[in-house]
Design a protein around this ligand. Structure first.
Ligand SMILES: NC(=O)c1ccc[n+]([C@@H]2O[C@H](COP(=O)([O-])OP(=O)(O)OC[C@H]3O[C@@H](n4cnc5c(N)ncnc54)[C@H](OP(=O)(O)O)[C@@H]3O)[C@@H](O)[C@H]2O)c1
Length: 283
């Protein structure tokens, strides 16, 4: 695929094994059908190289279609999907991932995450073992978790000796999740932020972020995203709007200073405002 002058250069972080990993990707949770396929192909043509989906989103076929329509080489794209709660367990999760591969229309998937720990079922460790097997078999390149608290990751590591490469958690300036982020850093786990624009927490309406945004002449969304990638945290903003997809991934000209960071730190709602995966489950 030829690179046009409009193609964005997306910065990267690295996974534990040294694999480069885009710091900005496209979220797809409420996108469906043709709309989803178009958003994915447009984003890839624009320069996005990371796309986040999940079995639970009901859009894997559309994400795969967007990848094919884009004309971008499969090998250049990092596709992430997730094992749904109802697919947890040793055999069921294998079936779930194989079904995801079929729907996506790909021979391997780059990243598979356990979507939520769902402690009431007690199947997270069995599911994790299956993901490790699938990685050994080459069907999955990298494995991780989502919405796991540090002690929930500790339990996987204690049982299997294998640490997730990524943990995708709810995170924005309204929910900086400092305990999780520090734990991830100490264990070589890449932190990936869902809900990075903080819409559920009314972040874009808050005075502090609006003030930082006005100072830099950009929208609050780009401030929230820049703040995260400055900490080496991967962001996956979802947008159905072509102009927003571009600005969300075009952060190179924004430089936050200490005054900005202090203002953004004032937005922390505390850990208790985040969805708690000891209680919140998704199936
Ligand atoms: N692991 C999990 O449990 C989990 C949970 C939730 C989400 N996720 C993943 O994370 C991705 C992102 O999270 P999310 O979709 O919940 O929230 P988000 O990306 O923080 O916010 C998406 C919302 O913000 C709007 N938006 C996007 N860019 C904007 C901009 N520049 N200015 C103003 N508004 C903007 C979008 O509307 P428009 O489309 O109209 O632009 C949409 O309503 C999801 O799509 C999904 O892939 C994972």
């Amino acid at each position: 695929m030829s690179i046009t002058p409009e193609t964005l250069e997306i910065p990267t972080t690295t996974l534990r094994d040294g694999t480069p990993f885009p710091l900005i990707g496209l979220g797809t949770s409420s996108l469906k059908g043709v709309e989803c396929a178009t958003a994915v192909s447009d984003a890839l043509r624009l320069g996005y190289r990371l796309v986040d989906t999940a079995s639970q989103y009901g859009n894997e076929a559309a994400v795969g279609e967007g990848l094919r329509v884009s004309g971008v080489d499969r090998a250049e794209v990092v596709l992430t999907t997730k094992v749904a709660g109802g697919d947890q367990g040793r055999e069921a999760s294998r079936e779930g991932v194989l079904t995801s591969l079929r729907r996506l229309g790909v021979e391997y998937v780059d990243v598979v995450l356990i979507h939520w720990p769902n402690p009431s079922r007690g199947l997270a460790t069995d599911t994790w073992r299956t993901l490790l097997d699938l990685r050994d078999e080459g069907l999955v390149r990298h494995v991780g978790v989502s919405n796991f608290r540090p002690e929930q990751i500790d339990s996987l590591v204690k049982e299997t000796g294998e640490t997730p490469e990524i943990n995708q958690i709810q995170l924005s300036p309204a929910l900086p999740r400092q305990t999780s982020v520090a734990y991830h850093r100490d264990h070589g786990i890449v932190t990936e932020a869902w809900g990075p624009l903080g819409g559920r927490e009314d972040l874009p309406q808050q005075f502090a972020i609006r003030r930082v945004a006005a100072k830099h002449g950009v929208d609050p969304a780009r401030i929230a995203l820049r703040w995260a990638i400055d900490q080496d945290i991967v962001v996956i903003p979802k947008s159905n709007d072509p102009a927003r997809r571009r600005t969300n991934a075009d952060l190179a000209q924004i430089t936050l200073d200490d005054e900005d960071r202090a203002l953004l730190a004032s937005l922390d709602l505390g850990e208790s405002a985040a969805w708690d995966s000891r209680e919140h489950e998704e199936w």
